[in-house]
Design a protein around this ligand. Structure first.
Ligand SMILES: *Cc1c(COP(=O)(O)O)cnc(C)c1O
Length: 370
């Protein structure tokens, strides 16, 4: 009898699959209800830039051609935006893929990948998939404890992953503290700074005024990689496009494991156009800042604590098991994200939506809490 599990790599057998937010169509099928809102995957409620949509429309006629495997147009835009050379940029099918490239290049059996408790679920998944060992350091106040990370560095440590801001907590690491940390990390350990929520965090209204732009530190620290994505603030999650900024050497190594046409024609065209539409980005970021405030005030009015967030989501502390409340919210047609698998069984993470969506969520939450 066929049994591939006996040949599956031990790391693969040890991992549990990533749990995505529940799709709207799935809930529609299950409950037979409509008017569902999904505030579960940190998507941009404004959607993509109209210019990105137009660029995709124009690209459609050429869809029979393979994409430009070097991603020249997008990389030029990114190089100009970040003041880096083209050979420091690696494009990915989502930034998840560039995280995977880095870990595949550097991590094998016996090697360790270090990250903080309550941080992005993909880090241990990618590590186990390559046969490496995930090492989780304790967090402090839901945020990354840089000293706890430093204390766990040993000769087997190859990669440290820091999501800044962190998902699902929304906490951020300040510039000064991160710089002092990087000065103490051995130079042959790669530090991945995962800046998926960068555009939201730099908006002063989030309160994260000491938040660093690590893309500006690449000249100083050869052992950092900055990951960014078009999935969140640019509203292009479904297209799958993200990128890494790193030393040319790491980019070259990652390019060797990159599938040749990993970013498709439509994604390249849309991301290139989206990058140029600064008005859409600032409207998205401004809407988010207002939404964070609206949700925060709503939680306070209900007597609930929440973790102050620099992202486009907030984790709210329900002070009781969150799973039944998550289910009750589904019956209200509101999909949020349970975070028990992040060690947060009494929190729910809600993505900042439009003002009306946030209001509908707050009213539904008030009802299910009664
Ligand atoms: C959403 C997210 C990503 C990126 O996802 P992609 O869609 O693959 O670009 C990366 N890191 C964190 C922490 C995220 O929340």
């Amino acid at each position: 009898m066929t049994d591939f599990s006996k040949y599956a790599q031990p790391g693969v057998l040890a991992l549990s699959p990533y749990q995505p937010g529940k799709p709207i169509e799935e809930l529609e099928r299950e409950l037979g209800i409509s008017h569902i809102i999904k505030l579960a995957s940190n998507e941009n409620p404004l959607g993509p830039s109209p210019q990105a949509l137009a660029a995709m429309g124009e690209e459609l006629a050429d869809i029979w051609l393979y994409p430009d495997g070097s991603g020249h147009a997008l990389k030029s835009g990114l190089a100009a935006r970040h003041g880096v050379a083209m050979n420091q940029i690696t494009l990915g099918n989502g930034s998840s893929e560039v995280l995977e490239f880095a870990i595949r290049v550097l991590v094998g059996k016996g090697d360790e990948v270090l990250y903080s408790a309550h941080s992005f679920a993909l880090y241990p998944i990618l590590t186990l998939a390559t046969g490496g060992t995930p090492v989780e350091a304790p967090a402090s106040n839901w945020g990354v404890d840089l000293d706890a990370l430093l204390a766990r560095i040993n000769p087997n440590t190859r990669v440290i992953c820091i999501a800044n801001p962190n998902n699902p907590t929304g906490t951020w690491v300040a510039a000064g503290a991160l710089r002092r940390f990087l000065e103490q990390v051995p130079e042959d350990v790669l530090v991945i700074i995962d800046e998926a929520y960068f555009d939201y965090a730099i908006e002063p209204a989030t309160g994260a005024t000491d938040y660093p732009d690590c893309s500006q530190w690449l000249g100083e620290f050869a052992n950092i990689m900055v990951a960014r994505t078009f999935s969140k603030s640019y509203g292009l999650a479904g297209l799958r496009v993200g990128y890494a900024l790193s030393s040319p050497q790491l980019a070259d190594l990652m390019n060797r494991v990159r599938p040749p046409f990993n970013v498709n024609n439509l994604a390249l065209a849309a991301a290139t156009a989206a990058l140029a539409d600064e008005a859409h980005l600032s409207a998205s970021v401004a809407l988010n800042a207002r939404g964070l405030q609206q949700l925060g005030e709503g939680f306070v009015a209900m007597g609930l604590d929440y973790i102050p967030s620099a992202g486009n989501f907030i984790s709210v502390d329900l002070k009781r098991p969150a799973a039944p409340l998550y289910q009750a919210l589904l019956r209200e047609g509101v999909i949020v994200r349970p975070v028990a698998n992040y060690g947060m069984p009494e929190h729910l993470r809600v993505t900042v939506g439009t003002e009306a969506q946030n209001q509908r969520f707050l009213e539904a939450l008030a009802r299910v809490l009664k």
